[in-house]
Design a protein around this ligand. Structure first.
Ligand code: ATP
Length: 303
């Protein structure tokens, strides 16, 4: 529940507001065009496409810039609400094969807001301590506190992706996890967190090109991990595991958005618009003063 009132002050115009035509480049709203619904077919999904968006790279980048101020202001309102006793937060879940661009989303989209209000967490191979607990234990511990935008770079979905593909647990165990995840996310949403789940879907060919670039450029060597080629060899098994995730965990409460990721500019635009939509949906105001404003003005003037 929000403890804040809506501001009566109009929001100041954001950069580029003079060109509303940019918004019109969305022929179908991103929340609709990208949402994973029944019958979603990953094998047929065009990873260079720009669903719902009629603009080009330049207009996509301009739209991200145009919405940056609003995104940043809404994040500040969320943070202020959290500081004033509110319980709401946003959680951005990023999933994707290696090179799909998770890091770029964090830099270019999440980077548009004040880092003080962001709680970023990446999930790698579980530590010995994490292994002693249920797979959701480390996830629960990393959930964003009120007022924060939490960002999960990989997530509990690894426990039905790599765990399934590499047979880290018996089938009966990963099989039961889809329902557990759905129940868990329902709880998280009921506690006040809006979950935005994005699957960054890069093509097999584009992944190869991106990995090759990491091997050809000394400034990219640090990003290369020989294990990435091992995962790539299991591409069909991963696609099958992703299809199952999208089929079984795209719920009303926490839907998945399928993001074609071969064009980095589009993936960044799409995720920034989805995040903006989530924040707009919270109808955030500014918390009222919990002190007497007039009395404080007098006290200050007297100094
Ligand atoms: P990235 O590949 O995301 O850029 P990275 O190469 O730096 O990251 P880490 O972040 O340390 O590596 O770990 C990512 C690896 O951890 C991935 O291979 C992923 O499959 C694996 N991983 C994540 N969660 C689990 C899990 N629950 N069980 C097993 N392996 C996991």
């Amino acid at each position: 529940m929000s403890t804040t009132k809506k501001s009566t002050k109009p929001r100041k115009a954001s950069k580029g507001a003079a060109d509303p035509a940019l918004d019109a480049d969305w022929e179908v709203a991103p929340t609709q065009a990208l949402r994973v619904g029944p019958g979603f077919d990953l094998a047929a999904f065009d990873r260079r496409s720009t669903p719902g968006f009629a603009g080009d790279k330049a207009s996509g980048q301009a739209l991200v810039a145009r919405h940056a101020d609003e995104l940043s202001e809404l994040q500040e309102r969320l943070f202020a609400e959290g500081r004033s006793g509110g319980s709401r937060s946003v959680l951005l879940v990023l999933q994707g094969m290696d090179t799909a661009g998770k890091g770029g989303i964090v830099r270019h989209v999440v980077g548009l807001v004040d880092p003080q209000g962001v709680a970023h967490r990446s999930f790698g191979v579980p530590t010995p301590e994490e292994r002693e607990h249920d797979f959701l234990w480390r996830i629960r511990n990393a959930l964003p506190r009120p007022g924060y935008i939490g960002v999960f770079d990989r997530s509990h979905y690894e426990d039905v992706l790599v765990a399934r593909v590499d047979e880290l647990v018996p089938p009966a165990v990963w099989e039961a996890r889809y329902d557990e995840i759905n129940r868990f996310e329902e709880e998280v949403v009921a506690a006040g967190t809006t979950i935005v789940k994005v699957a960054l879907l890069v093509s097999y060919e584009e992944q190869r090109a991106r990995l090759m670039e990491r091997l050809e450029r000394p400034d990219k060597f640090w990003k290369y991990n020989p294990n990435d080629v091992d995962s790539r060899r299991k591409w069909p098994a991963y696609q099958e595991a992703y299809q199952a995730v999208l089929d079984r965990t795209s719920t009303e409460t926490a839907p998945w958005y399928a993001i074609p990721a071969d064009r980095k500019w589009f993936a960044r635009l799409a995720v920034s618009e989805l995040l903006l939509d989530a924040l707009r949906g919270l109808d955030l105001g500014w918390p009222p003063a919990d002190f007497d404003v007039e009395a404080e003005k007098k006290r200050l003037a007297a100094t």
